[in-house]
Design a protein around this ligand. Structure first.
Ligand SMILES: Cc1cc2nc3c(=O)[nH]c(=O)nc-3n(C[C@H](O)[C@H](O)[C@H](O)COP(=O)(O)OP(=O)(O)OC[C@H]3O[C@@H](n4cnc5c(N)ncnc54)[C@H](O)[C@@H]3O)c2cc1C
Length: 424
């Protein structure tokens, strides 16, 4: 019998199957992406070590006191909203034990429309999910008050009953502690493959090899750009700041997270977290008053009555936290095996001339080297799912999502896309 005709370029299939002799894996980066990946691998029987430049997990982007498990749905049906839906369904189960233990709150999220276009989109979304009220419901003004516990100016909203907020740093720390995953402190400067020993050397800036590992997962957010093997990834570093707003008698009645132009959490220890700003070309980690003003303005734009509940606290007395998102132009995370970029470009060069060419050539990948990054503004929502995708791939299991969606998050997508557009 002849083989089935090739109808799709098999760039995502590796030419050489991964050769592993040990079950030893090192994850670089102890943010939510690295910690969820480490746990997904550990649960599959791998011996996992995580290494971070800080002594504690969740010290950078995943370090805010309150992070929202943000639901971004759309009336469209392309890869982004389908992945977002899969991500929130997966992560609400994933975080359930944490919520049950009192970490954060599964308090529900109310998303209020920011524009007439959003009102129309929300109507379409609520029609689509009419028989799945556990995922999302459209709510009336009366329901809004009952759910949120306060009076809001919004007339309608989408309500996500199974979502809420979490303390990301504590989640990272508990993921490691509860699964006995050791965290080593080390700033990894470069990676070299030692073909004789089939292992990666993790080196410090002075060239010393800190550790060796057969399989490595890079989960160092924007700092994936510092490794020669992942510097081709088109990542952007976007600063963001949250503001801690002191709660008042009225605002402390808030029971749900409110999202719109910005987000606003129920009070925790006397403060609401409100955010966040997007600063493209500012790289200071210092907290800035002008960002506090932006956050307060965003809350006012989200819902003027909500903003009124916290009054007008003096800006100079406010506290907050700033850090950096690692974003991608298509708003999707990056998860999977790292390609051998020069070989892949050579193998698929013909795509520059004919984007529709279908070759039988499989993709070239670096031995046992993977990435999990590009979480953008939704790391809490994406990370549990991308960790599962990654661990299933490394363990040779059936992936938890369909191929089209996996490819939409694949690290090699940028090379194939750029060749087809003759950009490389
Ligand atoms: C102000 C702000 C508010 C946000 N609010 C939300 C929210 O409400 N909900 C939400 O889902 N998301 C939110 N985000 C986005 C979220 O924080 C990120 O998507 C998420 O934290 C990314 O996780 P990560 O593990 O990829 O990165 P990080 O948490 O940054 O982890 C990367 C880790 O890698 C380590 N590292 C880097 N390079 C090296 C190296 N060379 N050697 C050793 N270690 C290294 C770092 O020390 C760090 O610990 C917000 C972001 C900001 C900035």
């Amino acid at each position: 019998m002849s083989a089935a005709p090739v109808t799709e370029l098999p760039w995502y299939l590796p030419k050489q199957p991964a050769r592993t002799t040990t079950k030893q894996i090192t994850v670089i980066g102890a943010g939510i992406a690295g910690c969820t990946a480490a746990v997904a691998l550990k649960r599959r029987g791998f011996e996992v070590t995580i290494v971070d430049r800080h002594p504690q997990a969740g010290s950078e982007a995943s370090g805010n006191s309150q992070g929202i498990v943000y639901p971004k749905l759309s009336p469209r049906d392309d890869a982004l909203p389908r992945i977002n839906l899969a991500a929130i369904q997966f992560c609400s189960d994933y975080y359930q034990p944490f919520w049950d233990r009192g970490l954060g709150q599964q308090c529900g999220i109310l998303v209020v429309p920011e524009s007439p276009k959003k009102v129309a989109d929300f109507a379409l979304i609520s029609q689509r999910f009419a028989d799945q009220p556990d995922i999302v419901q459209s709510v009336s003004k009366q329901q809004l008050q009952a759910l949120s516990g306060i009076s809001l100016s919004a007339e309608t909203a989408l309500y996500f009953p199974q979502l809420g907020w979490l303390p990301p740093a504590l989640i990272c720390q508990q993921l490691l502690e509860n699964n006995n995953i050791p965290l080593l402190q080390g700033d990894i400067h470069s990676l070299n493959h030692d073909a004789d020993n089939n292992s990666w050397k993790l080196n410090s800036s002075d060239g010393q090899t800190i550790m060796c590992s057969e399989t490595v997962v890079i989960a160092s957010a924007f700092d994936c750009k510092n490794f020669a093997q992942s510097d081709f990834l088109p990542l952007r570093k976007i600063r963001g700041q949250i503001t801690q707003l002191p709660s008042t008698a009225e605002s402390s009645q808030l029971k749900t997270v409110i999202c719109g132009e910005g987000y606003f959490t129920p009070a925790e220890n006397g403060f609401h977290s409100c955010g966040a700003t997007y600063n493209k070309d500012i790289f200071t980690p210092e907290v800035r008053d002008e960002d506090h003003r932006t956050n307060i303005e965003q809350i006012r734009a989200t819902d003027s009555r909500l903003a009124a509940t916290v009054g007008q606290p003096p800006i100079e007395n406010l506290t907050g936290r700033a850090n950096f998102r690692c974003t991608t132009a298509d708003y999707l995370p990056i998860v999977g095996a790292l390609p051998n970029v020069p070989e892949m470009i050579e193998d698929y060069a013909i795509l520059r001339r004919d984007a529709k060419t279908v070759l039988e050539t499989r993709g070239s990948y670096l031995p046992n080297l993977y990435v999990n990054c590009g979480m953008g503004s939704r790391g809490l929502s994406y990370a549990p799912l991308t960790a599962e995708i990654l661990a299933a791939q490394i363990a040779g299991e059936t992936p938890p999502l369909e191929r089209e969606l996996l490819n939409a998050m694949h690290p090699a997508r940028f090379i194939i896309r750029d060749l087809k557009r003759s950009r490389i």
